[in-house]
Ligand binder design. Sequence first.
Ligand SMILES: Cc1ncc(C[n+]2csc(CCOP(=O)(O)OP(=O)(O)O)c2C)c(N)n1
Ligand SMILES: [Mg+2]
Length: 413
Amino acid sequence: MLSRTLRSARWAAPLRVTANSYATARRTVTTDAASAHAEKSAVPAEDDKQFTVSLSPESFENYKIDGPSTELSVSKNELKEMYLNMVTIRRMEMAADKLYKEKKIRGFCHLSTGQEAVAVGIERAITPEDQVITAYRCHGFALMRGASVKSIIGELLGRRDGIAFGKGGSMHMFCKGFYGGNGIVGAQVPVGAGIGFAMKYMGRKNTTFALYGDGASNQGQVFEAYNMAKLWDIPVIFACENNKYGMGTAANRSSALTEYYKRGQYIPGLKVNGMDVLAVKQASAWAKEYTTSGAGPMVMEFVTYRYGGHSMSDPGTTYRTREEVQRMRSTQDPIQGLKQKILDWGIVSEEDIKALEKQAKQMVDKEVKEAEEAPFPESSPGNLFEDIYVPGSEPDFMKGRTLEETHYYSKKA
Ligand SMILES: Cc1ncc(C[n+]2csc(CCOP(=O)(O)OP(=O)(O)O)c2C)c(N)n1
Ligand SMILES: [Mg+2]
């Protein structure tokens, strides 16, 4: 009896200590999109001159690293571009939403409305030579990597002018420095580690952002990728977009530890206000510097929120309250937050904001129209067999469903 008491006490003690210390150490970053501060008097007259913005002290949480400074250097031009980029992504996603409801886009379609600051902030911190790979919520990333609205919407509409020639659809978009668009939850994470390895192997000073969701973070392959990346000190940033839900399951119901930035255990982590584009940029720049310095991988967590359902077929209201969505929209919106700041700091006037919004709307409307007017792919079986192999590396033939459908590459020309 005594020994059993001792045994249970021995087992209970460390658990209690862990639980308590975890509870007291727990603090969370803000998701306030308008928490940065700048002295109006410090804002220069010139559009391209840098000045200092102070981020909220609650923008980041660090795990095993010192983390970035909350002092950030930006120019007026950059702030305006960030605003324009976020508004453009939202407009494009709204256009996709409408086309889907008109049944012009079919199949899966996952929108990133609410999460724009992540794609925009990361892009502002990297160069075209750095690499990005993500899951299926990918339209905004494709745009930021240089794809046109026409090629993205054209892809959703299944047109030949689409970015993957209309064969990939919403989840499979690629362009230079962007490896998709991946539909298998978590699968892009080890691929991202591989891209990072390629950068290191080729002696390039470039990082790779491998993005995934809070739901995907529980996949076994994520941890296998962490392990390999740390063993080989691969310059890769494992970046979790924690939008609070994986389909209809809240993060705290799917994840035993919702502090995703600590999930790398032996890999340093950084939790970031993912609703503030300035915090995202600052953290991403720091992570690029860290991972390309030879220090190995990093885990990041962007705390963000999706306004829409998981995909177009999910109304998104059965597992969360309408009030919750409304509260995030009205108080933490990344676009409204930046707008408020750049107005407060005298970077733009109300008229300038309207002009930027009009610019985004006109560009998106024009390119959506062009995508809609683009022809469907020719209805020939040959189309199916194109764009599979790098030209010149095709086999002699590929089998179809029947002998007649067999496609001979050599005869194609
Ligand atoms: C291997 C695999 N399992 C399940 C699914 C179905 N599925 C698609 S998205 C998703 C949830 C992922 O949630 P999260 O990683 O949080 O990404 P989010 O949709 O929030 O961006 C699931 C389970 C899938 N596509 N692939
Ligand atoms: Mg999620």
